[in-house]
Design a protein. Sequence first.
Length: 133
Amino acid sequence: MDIVIYANNNIKQKHTPESYIILSLKTSLRERAAQTYKWKLLMEVALHSPELCEKYNISYRSSVVPIICFATTNFYNEINNPQQRGMLKFFDRSFIAKEIIDFTEDAFIYPLSNLIPFAIEKLSNPYVQLSLF
């Protein structure tokens, strides 16, 4: 499941948000993190590489690149596998629901409890909305 988090400063007027977060929720990392970062990579290519867009017929009709995050429960302790753990560095932020024993402020995997403060900071708005997809 994916969740879109955005700030709507003017509720009466519908418009595309200036920034938003796509949070990909997965129970395990097996193949699933790769699916999510493939989409992130395609959006980056579409915005920054006209040659590749033309070559592969890629179109992305937005000037906004969403903040792509990944969250997992880590049911199978895959987070300790170096290859799986390395994949999480690709995202703008990664969250884990289980307790992180060696968490430091410069870590690249954050406790899930950091999601809301992260969203408020990145969207520059204390009132965020969620949409499930």
